[in-house]
Ligand binder design. Structure first.
Ligand code: AP5
Length: 204
């Protein structure tokens, strides 16, 4: 298992989708959560009440949800986000790639993010625009902005990240599993940097 770690907007999903071409299974926990919300299930409604406020879903709900959807050849985005979640996959993680990006850059990226409501493909009006006017390159569907990408929610997500997830950087560094990537670069360069790291470590 490879974990992509970083603040909201660090590019975890962009990098993870890029890496799928090398035969890894990419699991974005945020995407799974939003899928459940879209289906309108009871679980989805519980997720919604946290996500739209920029809060994490409680560990006792999210941990079993994620564990049943991952395996050895998974690249994980959005898990673990707390120490309890890290403990739940202890011994299964081979590498943690920390995407280091400043808060201001993350806020800028998230305010420009647009997503395809059908296939989930991610775009950015500043850095990765669709080929045709606000339509998904793959599905042709009109792109939307996520509810939680409004600036005040983004700031709250960042605050929660600093409190609950940032301590995992040290946790994984101490275990010798952490690799840091300076991700304050354009998307293509960020993906190439992570690819290079995975090649050097023998994962690709
Ligand atoms: P989730 O969707 O995982 O939110 P997140 O971690 O805040 O991550 P983002 O999707 O915002 O950012 P990203 O790093 O994937 O960036 P992206 O590649 O899209 O989770 C949503 C919510 O679900 C959470 O807030 C929580 O409530 C709940 N949840 C999920 N997991 C949970 C867990 N384990 N426990 C409890 N609750 C959980 O890129 C962002 C934008 O920038 C895009 O527009 C992209 O095109 C652009 N971009 C990407 N790279 C670059 C670059 N290098 N330069 C310029 N622009 C770039």
């Amino acid at each position: 298992m490879i974990v992509l770690l970083g603040p909201p907007g660090a590019g975890k999903s962009t990098v993870g989708r890029y890496l799928e071409r090398f035969g890894w299974k990419f699991v974005s926990v945020g995407d799974l959560v939003r899928e459940e919300m879209k289906k309108g299930t009871q679980l989805g409604q519980i997720f919604k009440s946290y996500v739209e406020r920029g809060q994490y879903v409680p560990d006792d709900i999210i941990i079993p949800f994620v564990l049943s959807r991952v395996d050895e050849r998974t690249i994980l985005d959005g898990f673990p986000r707390t120490l309890a979640q890290a403990k739940a996959i202890e011994g299964k993680v081979h590498l943690v790639v920390y995407l280091d990006v400043s808060e201001e850059e993350c806020v800028r990226r998230l305010s420009g993010r647009r997503v395809c409501p059908k296939c989930g493909r991610v775009y950015n009006i500043y850095t990765m625009p669709p080929k045709r006017d606000m339509l998904c390159d793959v599905c042709g569907v009109k792109l939307i902005q996520r509810e939680d990408d409004r600036e005040e929610v983004v700031r709250e997500r960042f605050r929660v990240y600093m409190e609950k997830t940032a301590p995992l950087i040290e946790y994984y560094r101490e275990q010798g599993l952490l690799v840091e990537v300076d991700a304050n670069v354009p998307p293509e360069e960020e993906c190439k940097r992570v690819e290079k790291v995975l090649r050097e470590k023998g994962f690709l």
